[in-house]
Design a binder for this molecule. Sequence first.
Ligand SMILES: Nc1nc2c(ncn2[C@@H]2O[C@H](COP(=O)(O)OP(=O)(O)OP(=O)(O)O)[C@@H](O)[C@H]2O)c(=O)[nH]1
Ligand SMILES: [Mg+2]
Length: 347
Amino acid sequence: MFDRLRERLNDFRKSIDEKLKVAQPEQTPEAATESPAIAEAPETAPAEGKESRTGILSRAAALTRGETILSDKDLEGPLWELEMALLESDVALPVAESIIDRIKIDLSGQHKKFLRSTGDIAEDALRDSIENILNAHTLDFDEYVKNHEKPVIIVFTGVNGTGKTTTVAKLGERLKNDGYGVVIAAGDTFRAGAIEQLEKHAERLGIKIIKQQQGSDPAAVIFDAVAFARSAKKDVVLADTAGRLHTNVNLMEQLKKINRVIKPDLVIFVDEAIAGNDAVERAKLFNDAVPISGSILTKADADAKGGAAISIAHITGKPILFLGVGQEYKDLKKFETEWFIDRLFER
Ligand SMILES: Nc1nc2c(ncn2[C@@H]2O[C@H](COP(=O)(O)OP(=O)(O)OP(=O)(O)O)[C@@H](O)[C@H]2O)c(=O)[nH]1
Ligand SMILES: [Mg+2]
């Protein structure tokens, strides 16, 4: 999972370190293989902010030799490669640019730090900028459901075939296993066979489903499901909706109507982790039509590059809540920024 982006990030790290070696032609081969930072560090490294006099002197000496200072020109190549790597890994252009800008600032600010290799500093800067995007807004789904007034009403949106219905079923099972009373609303009244598909899941999971016939008003179906949940003291309503293209004005209006009538507690945008740049555009348009609370990215098991998660979080300003990692009900993984970033920077 996310292998490609991981490989490219490692390439970037190496490329920065290579530049560093080129910038130090007078070093012996042995010295060049170890981090110049470590070579220059005093024997007992003082705690940060409490530098010994010897430390300062040895650093000053290193500085005059110009050993570990990378010029903007040195950075140009690796940063260009990094930007290409991000773009190829489905990170959208404005997102990639903002990541690169941040790294540039971080690296130029760090030029005179000699304790670690520049590759490490570059990696930290990259980590930080991805982490900032993913943690801009957080929402702990489990805590939310636990603490919120019941029933918690959750509507799922997204384009056709991304995995909304499957995700409703997966979350239904997860919530049921956590001890909640769940109701599923068959809000896709548009596509032939959609109601039956959801019914099969509900039957298999032993979850109550509220439905009407195909072609009926989805807002009315979900409204019924909420009324049922209230009277039967259920905890969560999971409302499926029809897949729709973000460019289809009528269907997007229908989504707005659902939102007006139902006033859901959470609107979850479902898209594919393997989706390319177009996912960013539709995430934005869905979020503009009906503000989302967060996203779920499905099919992360299918050679996802990883960039979609970063881009969608950045464009919507909302957290990634879960990843779909397969076709079974159990294949739903809570999204954790740290886990995701660790995967990307695994060596
Ligand atoms: N590999 C994999 N397949 C998934 C995942 N989630 C969903 N799928 C598959 O994706 C296909 C579409 O899933 P649906 O849940 O029907 O998608 P949908 O968004 O409801 O589709 P529409 O109702 O047509 O808009 C199905 O074959 C699912 O089994 C996932 O996390 N991994
Ligand atoms: Mg569906």
